[in-house]
Design a protein around this ligand. Sequence first.
Ligand SMILES: *[C@@H]1O[C@H](CO)[C@@H](O)[C@H](O)[C@H]1NC(C)=O
Ligand SMILES: *[C@@H]1O[C@H](CO)[C@@H](O)[C@H](O)[C@H]1NC(C)=O
Length: 207
Amino acid sequence: MQMMNAMIVLLLSLFVNGQIPNPGQYRFTLTTNGVAQERYAVDKQVGKMLRIWFSNIGDEEFGGNQDIYVRADNRTYFFDFMSQPPQCIANRGGPYNEMNYWPKVVDAFGGESKTYDELIFDADCDGTCLTWTIEFNSTQHYHYHYQDRLYVKKSERKPIKSVLKGYNMDTGKLVSTDVTRFIGWNTDKIPEYEFDYPMDLKTCYYA
Ligand SMILES: *[C@@H]1O[C@H](CO)[C@@H](O)[C@H](O)[C@H]1NC(C)=O
Ligand SMILES: *[C@@H]1O[C@H](CO)[C@@H](O)[C@H](O)[C@H]1NC(C)=O
């Protein structure tokens, strides 16, 4: 039986090898151009999700906000550390769309059944990256064209970064490069501490 399960897992992993990972449980911290933006921990089966977004002033003290969704409570607890004093609001339902951060990335790059576009050697992947690329025109600057490329470390099937390049369509010149990194991507069982409440729920306002 165990042998059989191992076989199935092996076959599955071979099957999805060239595709964007889209696991049911994962955690990572998102940085843009070196600045920490958000942390996500999602466990679909357990029914818990965490999203932290860090204050944009780079305060050493924790400054930011946090959402914890608990399916069993049908609540999304919102912890607001930017207000004085910090407060908690227990909103009904959830998870709202932002909790689906990773599935939305996967969809944006063509969905989980899309095979990679190109193999690229990149130090960030310690060798080979699988990459997916999308191109689009800016809706704000009519003469800007963008190319966004997602890098997944081939050996570990681990998302590493996405690189967004902006070009001036009139001159063809590169005008911007933004690097988003998925730091500490991990699909192991999520430790319970990720979902620890940062405040006593008794202090929450139940909306
Ligand atoms: C969870 O809360 C939402 C929003 O109030 C409500 O629409 C939904 O029916 C609730 N689900 C359950 C299982 O109670
Ligand atoms: C962007 O705009 C250019 C010029 O109008 C057009 O040729 C190109 O097909 C557009 N690309 C996309 C991805 O929409």
